[in-house]
Design a protein around this ligand. Structure first.
Ligand code: 6PG
Length: 224
């Protein structure tokens, strides 16, 4: 399953391409999953400007930290501030991971909520260690083949993450990664073989398309 590499001349240009894809999907409608992190914020703001009507979509979260939605670590708070609060018409449904609950309970709820749902688009980031969503290197969650969401114990804060099956069933996956600090993870994710040491290398749309929106800095280790 190859990846459609889109190397832009700058981080802003990479974020604009991701924003355009989000806006196009929002205009079409469907199930859209987003991620947290520091990279996608400006892309969410631009997507809201490009397409302020998300009433035909249902919004999902690729992962969430097990904190209150108002906690500054919450992906929901990031998405609310950078996307949802900037829309004229909100999504028809916001499927928030209830991070205020215990991780196991929140994961069970999300797993049930995701049953029967095929995502139309998932926006994912890549950590410098090669993680994506909250699928971390060599983590047990990578072996989950049935559940659609699981709890992920972590030293800093517990998380809930979508699993490989639900990500792979998405019609379109869009990675967004910028900056030289991501170059090694990007090389391992898109320039090498699949490995649980680099979870992003395992995430590809099985029957659809997988994009990687990168700037030159992040793509420096790829032969493109
Ligand atoms: C999260 C994200 C996570 C993120 C990567 C990249 O919960 O933080 O879902 O998977 O996408 O860590 O984060 P940056 O964009 O901040 O590099």
């Amino acid at each position: 399953m190859d990846v459609e590499l889109r190397v832009a001349g700058s981080a802003d240009a990479a974020r604009r391409e991701a924003a355009e894809l989000l806006a196009e999907q929002a205009a079409r409608g469907g199930h859209v999953a987003v991620s947290g992190g520091s990279t996608p914020g400006p892309a969410y703001e631009l997507a809201a400007r490009l397409e302020p009507d998300w009433s035909r979509t249902e919004l999902w979260f690729a992962d969430e930290r097990c904190v209150a939605p108002t906690d500054d670590r919450a992906n929901y708070r990031l998405v609310r501030e950078r996307l949802l609060d900037r829309l004229e018409r909100p999504p028809a449904a916001e499927h928030r991971v209830r991070g205020e609950l215990a991780a196991g309970r929140a994961a069970n709820e999300y797993d049930a909520e995701l049953r029967g749902v095929a995502l139309d688009l998932v926006l994912l980031g890549i950590g410098s260690d090669g993680h994506t969503a909250s699928l971390f290197p060599n983590d047990a969650a990578l072996g989950e083949e049935e559940r659609r969401a699981v709890a992920v114990p972590r030293a800093d804060v517990e998380r809930v993450t979508m699993t490989l099956p639900v990500l792979r069933e998405a019609a379109a996956i869009a990675f967004l990664a910028t900056g030289r600090d991501k170059a090694d993870a990007v090389r391992r994710a898109f320039g090498g073989s699949e490995s649980p040491a680099t979870p992003a290398s395992l995430v590809r749309s099985a029957a659809g398309i997988t994009y990687a929106f990168l700037d030159r800095e992040a793509a420096v280790g790829l032969r493109v």
